[in-house]
Design a protein around this ligand. Sequence first.
Ligand SMILES: NC(=O)C1=CN([C@@H]2O[C@H](COP(=O)(O)OP(=O)(O)OC[C@H]3O[C@@H](n4cnc5c(N)ncnc54)[C@H](OP(=O)(O)O)[C@@H]3O)[C@@H](O)[C@H]2O)C=CC1
Ligand SMILES: Cc1cn([C@H]2C[C@H](O)[C@@H](COP(=O)(O)OP(=O)(O)O[C@H]3O[C@@H](C)C(=O)[C@@H](O)[C@H]3O)O2)c(=O)[nH]c1=O
Length: 298
Amino acid sequence: MTGEETARVLVTGATGQVGTELARAAWPAGLTPVMAGRETLDLSAPEAAATVVRDGAFSLVVNPAAYTAVDAAETDEALAERVNGEGPRALAMACATAGIPLIQISTDYVFDGTKAGPYVEDDPVAPLGAYGRSKLAGEVAVRAECPRHVILRTAWVFSAHGKNFVKTMLRLAAEKPELRVVADQHGCPTAAHDIARVVVEIARQIVLDGRDDAWGTYHMAGAGATTWHGFAEAIVAAQAARTGKRPPVHPITTAEFPTPAQRPANSVLDCGKLTRTFGLTPRPWPDTLADVLAELAG
Ligand SMILES: NC(=O)C1=CN([C@@H]2O[C@H](COP(=O)(O)OP(=O)(O)OC[C@H]3O[C@@H](n4cnc5c(N)ncnc54)[C@H](OP(=O)(O)O)[C@@H]3O)[C@@H](O)[C@H]2O)C=CC1
Ligand SMILES: Cc1cn([C@H]2C[C@H](O)[C@@H](COP(=O)(O)OP(=O)(O)O[C@H]3O[C@@H](C)C(=O)[C@@H](O)[C@H]3O)O2)c(=O)[nH]c1=O
């Protein structure tokens, strides 16, 4: 790109955790994010969503928008499929027609959790619930319709805004004498701001460096694995340093905390391919948790 030209990057889901951080991120000169909320780009109306891509003269589309209510999806699978499967399919087709790439955000919940170690990108997928199935449908559609894609699977996303496990634990720690949290589901907490950093750099390499050799699927999750119990302990301990209030966090089994959707027992993601390909390394989740708790305290 030369002179004052700037490439427009369409970002969906402007109000979400990742969307909000993409709006706040430091984009390099030459890339201009164009944030679209549900009112302008509704993935439950895939055809209409596609027209936003067709009409906008974009150089890239980033799609973090999704139906993310894991338990509700069990009884609302048709809508989850439309938003997470058919919506991305329509975006992917529109991107292919426009000749532009698509960065699609996906999830660790495409795995069934039976693997003994961290998951790599081409491990077999077998979602346990409706949300995971719908996100997998989105992955399959993006691969089929838009060869120039990056699918970024992330996990256990938290930030200072929106709905997430960190905010739930802070609320429970303030309200309850003790917490009970599952200690037999393993994964990688990931800060939305770290996902945004990685997405912006991938966008820069694709659009400004003209990279054309890195299409495919990547894992991007906070460095270091833990359990929901370990994550909760870290949240409550860090908050106790501010409030002096530290309710005990009891480890429990999944069977002791029944939920409509089954979650994988292991969804630890190996992010080596992201580092080898793009030179990007996710930050340790405890460091990014400290950032988010400081933001909430401020
Ligand atoms: N949250 C997590 O723990 C994880 C998330 N992911 C994936 O990461 C991505 C970002 O997640 P996160 O930022 O946490 O999500 P959020 O739940 O914070 O935000 C979801 C966003 O999608 C939008 N959205 C929902 N339905 C529609 C629709 N029909 N049309 C258009 N937009 C819609 C929401 O808009 P509105 O505000 O109007 O509802 C919101 O902006 C998603 O693709 C998700 O599947 C992957 C792993 C973990
Ligand atoms: C609130 C609460 C939850 N839990 C358990 C339930 C569940 O097994 C685990 C996490 O619960 P949540 O419902 O907060 O998280 P969940 O909605 O499963 O989070 C998922 O969201 C989607 C969008 C993703 O893509 C996944 O990567 C993952 O982040 O913690 C407890 O054990 N005790 C508690 O008090």
